[in-house]
Design a protein around this ligand. Sequence first.
Ligand code: LRH
Ligand code: MN
Ligand code: MN
Length: 424
Amino acid sequence: MKLKDNLIAEHNQRSIDLHRSKFEFLKTQIIDFESIISKLIDFQIAIPSWALGNGGTRFGRFPGGGEPRNLEEKIEDVGLIHKLNQSGNAISLHIPWDIPKDYQAIRDLAKEHGLRFDAMNSNTFQDQKGQEESYKYGSLQHVDPAVRKQAIDHNIEVIKHGIELGSKSLTVWLADGSCFPGQLNFRTAFQNTLASLREIYASLPEDWKMFIEYKAYEPNFYSTTVGDWGQSLLYASKLGPKAFTLVDLGHHLPNANIEQIVSLLLMEGKLGGFHFNDSKYGDDDLTAGSIKPYQLFLIFNELIEGMNDRKMNHANDLGWMIDASHNVKDPLEDLLQSVEAIMIAYTQALIVDRAALKEAQLKNDVARAQEILQDSFRTDVRPLVAEARLRAGGALDPIGLFRKLEVRQELIKERGFETVATGL
Ligand code: LRH
Ligand code: MN
Ligand code: MN
């Protein structure tokens, strides 16, 4: 299903007056709104291929129908999101869930939708049909070199698919770890993993990055071999300049200070990118900003401070991606909400009075520092985000238009209700 440009323009026309009055009011409170708008237009968030259907939990799955049945339909769904909000111009693939059969056709389809291929994700956390060795006791960490070799070869294969599609990065997330004390030797597991990662690293093209994603627990419940940012940073530092740490917001122990982690990784030049989502308890994979929007803002506050300090390009120098799962909402609506929440947090962080904050910090004026941050967080920047979307050709109200056009109903007609779950 493809949306026509005139539908978006007509929809915008209906609410333009209300938008204008809100925007004019906000303009009076923000000094450099034009430069913020151009930053917002440039800022793009990649959509994971596995988040386009209903994920479910280990207790069940309740599909809403019309889910994409193959890579082509996943690209079409991301194209729909991008058409509506003009902020999601990339798709991140997971291999083997998304193996392209015809590279040229896939590249052409993505181009037609204005999309590029973000990080490629390898999968050594599941056994695939016909696979010789099992990952039950780990992959890159495994005590058996044959299992490690199989996992290394898989990652190299993923890089090859990525090269064909024009991707520039590989994300390695490992389920490796242990469920019980004594199950493995921590140092051997680390060293095996490092040696395996070195072989994968050696296959990276010159202009590629490797992202090492950490996770505190699950599916292993006693230890994880890339369990936190410290361990990820160790691997990334030992591997070399193309290796970076990837922060998935749901992969920390409760109450971790993620903004501080982000700040220090940036300082070390080792922050690679993000998997945005939100959580209350664990790796809940909920809509970004739905539970802890202040945390999301504080993360962006550190990002902007650190990126400006290092003269980094906000849009291109880090990998921005969503990693979410949807149990009770329409996946496309949920993803539109996540992108919006990320854009809002980014905008709120852009309007922080940095000179005043620095002054407050130097004077140990704690109350003033808090006022400055909360003043930005409590500013309703939605008209600014909507203005950027409007100027880029997107819809003023993406979810409103999605519903008005009955996109989901159309997708169900096209693809059926009983669609197969692809991916998680
Ligand atoms: C692991 C994870 C990782 C995987 C994705 C499916 O919890 O966050 O990024 O690739 O989920
Ligand atoms: Mn993730
Ligand atoms: Mn996760």
